[in-house]
Design a protein around this ligand. Structure first.
Ligand SMILES: Cc1cc2nc3c(=O)[nH]c(=O)nc-3n(C[C@H](O)[C@H](O)[C@H](O)COP(=O)(O)OP(=O)(O)OC[C@H]3O[C@@H](n4cnc5c(N)ncnc54)[C@H](O)[C@@H]3O)c2cc1C
Length: 374
């Protein structure tokens, strides 16, 4: 077998961007992934001519011009703007909380009226606390935005996400709840956002062009003990605890499961993201994938649509590890694993799983762009 400068475990954005840069620097890389396809969590499956975000909806956003220019040098991005809508018991509200939301909630039409309503409800929550600090998420949220917004748009959605009553969740989960006194439904504050034209697979294909890759190959089954025979260095983007055979204990994850179906109509919900904020539906959101990349008439030129219900799910072995659980136990355990990782010769631990930290896509790319490749 050929000899490589780098064996890259994982073809997600970390591994693919690393392989791209290393190849440009004249290094030879082999990228492997245990999944049957490349791209990690940004992989899209084409169903009925629609790019379906198989591992959860992904919207690229950043204020970092170098990152934006870099991804656009691989594939041009469209002008998708994330503006989710919340459905609470059949009534629709714009998100994030802004003047449209306040008009829908109370019929108020000026920022002064909206602020007065919020201040009045925040004051009620403060009075109920009688001088003490909020003891749980419910009390915290009530003091930040008041009763109406909390009950219709936060409470039951958060309970579905965490599988627990808001009174039993710690206050620190919600530190801030920004309200916008303008009519602006753009969810992100970043300067740039969008979706690769033609889908995320184009981004991954562009990054991995000319790079040797193998899918359906698990590092632990095939290379763990022998990788030094084929490569000088290892870039590992799998789970950090698994690399060390879980010897200090298993890190916890949160996950999401998806129920995806084809609807025989061109337009199901008129928006990519609709949050269901009451317990009436067991899912937290419905994603209608075509709206990430089809706009105006093109929505109707594609006769069918694909929607995914998202269910917040307790993680068990064999499921997709999506979000690190940042409680004291996991933070301390991850730190111990990071110490072991730092002592490994010739191994770079990267990405979401390899660092046991949640990162959006842009910061992952930024990390790799800032790395020295030797
Ligand atoms: C549900 C969800 C929604 C998200 N939405 C957004 C969003 O809207 N916007 C945004 O900016 N970011 C979003 N993110 C974050 C984004 O997914 C990450 O920033 C990005 O995936 C990180 O890339 P990565 O390479 O670190 O990890 P991954 O994409 O997870 O790639 C890791 C790869 O390693 C492979 N692998 C693991 N172990 C092995 C092994 N033993 N052998 C071989 N291969 C292995 C896996 O199969 C996987 O393909 C979201 C994340 C989740 C979970």
């Amino acid at each position: 077998m050929d000899h490589f400068d780098y064996l890259v475990v994982g073809s997600g954005l970390f591994g693919a961007t690393f392989a791209y840069r290393a190849t440009k620097a004249g290094k030879k890389c082999l990228v492997i992934d245990k999944r049957p396809q490349l791209g990690g969590n940004v992989y899209c499956e084409n169903i009925e001519g629609i790019n379906v975000h198989k591992y959860g909806a992904h919207i690229f956003h950043t204020s970092n011009k170098s990152v934006w220019d870099f991804v656009n040098s691989i594939v041009e991005f469209n002008r998708y703007t994330n503006s989710p809508v919340a459905n609470y018991k059949g009534k629709l509200y714009n998100l994030p909380f802004n003047m449209n939301t306040f008009y829908q909630m109370w019929g108020v039409i000026t920022p002064q009226q909206a602020q007065a309503k919020i201040d009045e409800q925040k004051a009620e929550a403060e009075a109920a606390l009688n001088g003490r600090e909020p003891a749980n998420l419910e009390e915290q949220a009530l003091t930040l935005v008041g009763k109406d917004i909390f009950e219709k748009l936060i409470k039951e959605y958060t309970e579905k996400q965490w599988g627990r009553n808001c009174k039993d969740l710690p206050a620190f989960i919600i530190k801030r709840l920004p309200v916008r006194m303008v009519f602006d439904n753009n969810y992100f504050n970043d300067k740039y956002q969008g979706i690769p034209i033609g889908g995320y697979n184009k981004l991954i294909d562009g990054l991995l062009e000319g790079v040797e890759r193998k899918t359906s190959v698990d590092f632990f089954a095939e290379y763990k003990d022998s990788w030094r025979n084929i490569a000088d260095k290892l870039v590992y983007t799998g789970a950090i605890d698994e690399y060390f055979d879980f010897k200090l204990g298993k890190l916890d994850w949160r996950t999401v499961s998806f129920k995806t179906r084809i609807e025989d109509m061109p337009n199901y919900q008129s928006n990519a993201v609709v949050n269901y904020t009451s317990h009436d539906q067991p899912y937290t959101r419905i994603i209608e994938h075509k709206h990430f990349e089809m706009f105006g008439q093109t929505v109707y030129d594609c006769p069918k649509t694909v929607v995914s219900e998202e269910y917040s799910t307790e993680y068990k072995d064999g499921m997709e590890p999506y979000y690190p659980v940042n409680n004291d136990r996991n933070n301390a355990l991850a730190e111990e694993y990071r110490k072991l990782a730092a002592a490994e010769d010739d191994v770079i631990f990267g990405g979401r799983l390899g660092q046991y930290k949640y990162f959006d896509m842009a910061p992952i790319i930024e990390q790799v762009l800032n790395m020295e490749i030797i």
